[in-house]
Design a protein around this ligand. Structure first.
Ligand code: SF4
Length: 274
C-alpha cells in the first residue's frame, strides 16, 4: 500500500436545500441555480470509492441533509463499508422515528447546530423559530444513545456568550462542542460587515474557552479573524475533502471558496440575492 497522504474524512454535501436561512450560511448566493443534486446511485459509488482511497469518516451534510429521502440508504452503505458516519444537521425536519431508524442502520454521531444560547437571538440568526425544537432534538439524540456534537458558529452577535455556549453544551450532555468561526464565503462574506467580531471580543472569547479546556473541543474553520492560532486547532479535516453538488472534490472547506464575491453592508439571506 502506498505511504502517500490520503484523505481520511469525506464531507458529503448532499443538498443546498435548508429550512433555515442563517445569515452566515456558506451556501452559494445563487443556490437556486444549484438544483441538480447527485442521485443516490452516484453517492453510493462515491462512498465506495472514498473507502477505497482510505477514507474512514463520512460527514453527511448540506444545506440540510435530512431533506434527502435516501439518507437511510447512504447510512446503510456507510455502515457496510465500516465508515464512521456523522450526520450534520439543523435538526429541524427530523422526526424521532427517523432518528431511531438511523441508529438501527448504523449512524455513529449526530451534530446539531445551535445559533445562540438566547432563544430570540438564535431564531433571529436562523431566520426561523427553531431554538426550542433544536433542544428537543438534542434530547432525542442522547436518549437514543448517540454521541452528540453541538455546533455553534461564532460572530459578533454571540461571541460574548462563548461561556454560555459551553454551559449549554454541558447541560445538553454534548460529547463534543464545535466552536466555529463564520467562514467568510457565501452569505457570511456578503454580511461580513455585521458579523466580524472586534479584536476585544476575540480576546475575551479566547480567555473564556481556554479556561474550560476539558469542557469542549474546538474545531475552528478558517476565518478572517481566527479565534485560535493554527497550532491550537483540532486536526480534524486536515486531510479531508469536500464533495459538493456538482460532484467536484476539493480540499476541506474550500468547496465554496470564491474570489469573485463582494461584501455587502447590510445583512442578507437566502432568497434575497440579487
Ligand atoms: S448554515 Fe443555516 S441555513 Fe445554511 S445550511 Fe446550515 S442550518 Fe441551513
Amino acid at each position: 500500500m502506498s505511504e502517500s497522504v490520503r484523505p481520511y474524512t469525506l464531507v458529503a454535501e448532499l443538498t443546498y436545500q435548508c429550512p433555515l436561512r442563517c445569515v452566515y450560511c456558506s451556501n452559494p448566493l445563487d443556490y437556486g441555480r444549484h438544483d441538480r443534486e447527485l442521485d443516490t446511485a452516484t453517492w453510493l459509488r462515491v462512498l465506495r470509492e472514498a473507502e477505497d482511497l482510505g477514507v474512514v469518516q463520512l460527514n453527511l451534510t448540506g444545506g440540510e441533509p435530512l431533506v434527502r429521502d435516501d439518507l437511510e440508504a447512504l447510512i446503510a452503505e456507510a455502515r457496510r463499508l465500516d465508515l464512521y458516519t456523522n450526520l450534520i444537521t439543523s435538526g429541524i425536519p427530523l422526526r424521532r422515528a427517523r432518528l431511531a431508524r438511523f441508529r438501527e442502520l448504523g449512524l455513529d454521531n449526530v451534530q446539531i447546530s445551535v445559533q445562540d444560547t438566547v432563544p430570540a437571538a438564535s431564531d433571529r440568526i436562523a431566520g426561523l423559530r427553531s431554538f426550542d425544537r433544536k433542544l428537543e432534538i438534542a434530547g432525542w439524540v442522547k436518549e437514543l444513545g448517540f454521541p452528540l456534537t453541538l455546533n455553534t458558529v461564532l460572530h459578533r452577535d454571540n461571541l460574548d456568550r462563548v461561556a454560555e455556549v459551553v454551559a449549554l453544551a454541558e447541560r445538553l450532555g454534548a460529547d463534543r462542542l464545535e466552536l466555529a468561526n463564520a467562514q467568510y464565503v457565501g452569505w457570511a462574506l456578503t454580511n461580513r460587515a455585521a458579523l466580524l467580531p472586534t479584536p476585544e471580543q476575540l480576546e475575551r472569547a479566547r480567555s473564556d474557552f481556554l479556561n474550560r479546556p476539558q469542557a469542549a473541543q474546538a474545531f475552528v474553520a478558517a476565518g478572517q479573524q481566527p479565534l485560535f492560532r493554527a497550532d491550537e486547532l483540532c486536526a480534524a479535516g486536515a486531510e479531508g475533502c469536500d464533495m459538493g453538488l456538482s460532484g467536484g472534490m476539493l480540499p476541506h472547506f474550500a468547496v465554496h471558496g470564491r474570489g469573485d464575491q463582494h461584501p455587502g453592508l447590510g445583512v442578507q439571506r437566502q432568497g434575497q440575492a440579487a
